[in-house]
Design a protein around this ligand. Structure first.
Ligand code: ADP
Ligand code: 5GP
Length: 211
């Protein structure tokens, strides 16, 4: 009997390495993870492919998706809307894959409230200067946008306590293994094994004399 997958939220400051970490996790364990692709109203960055990084949609289509209850959650982040389509997530969880949602704090809280069995991970670089270096090093935003995102990091840090796990992304390989270990352990929680517990309880009854 295959366990249902675990809905896993990965949040963290812009530039913390969330995208890099998820890519590595999928490369190492392709059978165990699925990545949810969000919809967004922001413009694609250079090299971003529609349907891979995001589904890039208009504000009108975004409103339609909200009205049609097609999103698990959505939020506004630095002037743009972002949301998680429901259908793909449900399908992959049923297939037994851990589904990764890379979403920000407001979205993470909404998912946890709606589905308390979600695992919330907060990814951080070892320190603030490393964060700045990574954002600049990525070279995908103007200095103005980088400053806005760094300012937002101070606000986001206030929400770190609301997560289940804190993951430091210093060495990428070590960080990837740490996240995988967390999810391996989560699969053993009694709450996720109610059927198996019931099955074993019933099965051992056969040894009870006179039963
Ligand atoms: P996020 O998705 O959190 O915004 P990215 O995955 O785009 O962040 O990473 C930001 C930059 O930092 C990228 O240029 C990436 O190559 C680099 N990076 C990510 N993780 C590490 C790491 N462990 N060590 C060094 N550089 C990293
Ligand atoms: P970026 O513009 O850098 O791709 O993403 C900006 C922020 O939006 C990041 O913190 C990212 O985690 C978040 N984000 C991406 N997709 C979603 C989503 O579907 N829902 C929510 N709530 N946040 C998202």
């Amino acid at each position: 009997m295959k366990n249902k997958g675990i809905l896993t939220v990965i949040s963290g400051f812009s530039g913390a390495g969330k995208g890099t970490l998820m890519k590595r996790l999928l490369e190492r364990y392709p059978e165990e993870y699925a990545l949810s692709v969000s919809v967004t109203t922001r413009q694609p960055r250079q090299g971003e492919v529609d349907g891979a990084s995001y589904f890039f949609i208009t504000k009108e289509r975004f409103q339609e998706m909200i009205a049609g209850d097609e999103l698990i959650e959505y939020a506004c982040y630095v002037d743009n809307y972002y949301g998680t389509p429901k259908e793909y997530v449900e399908k992959k969880l049923a297939e037994g894959k851990n589904v990764l949602l890379e979403i920000e704090l407001q979205g993470a809280m909404k998912v946890k409230a709606a589905r308390p069995d979600t695992v919330l991970l907060f990814v951080t670089p070892p320190d603030a200067d490393t964060l700045r270096e990574r954002l600049i090093g990525r070279g995908t935003e103007t200095m103005e946008v980088i400053e806005k995102r760094l300012a937002r990091a101070a606000q986001e840090a206030l929400g770190m306590d609301s997560y289940d796990y804190l993951v430091v992304n210093d060495d990428l390989e070590e960080c990837t293994e740490n996240v995988h270990s967390i999810l391996l352990s989560e699969h053993f929680r009694k709450e996720r094994n109610a059927d198996l517990i019931q099955h074993i309880k019933t099965d051992v009854q056969k040894f009870v004399k006179g039963a």
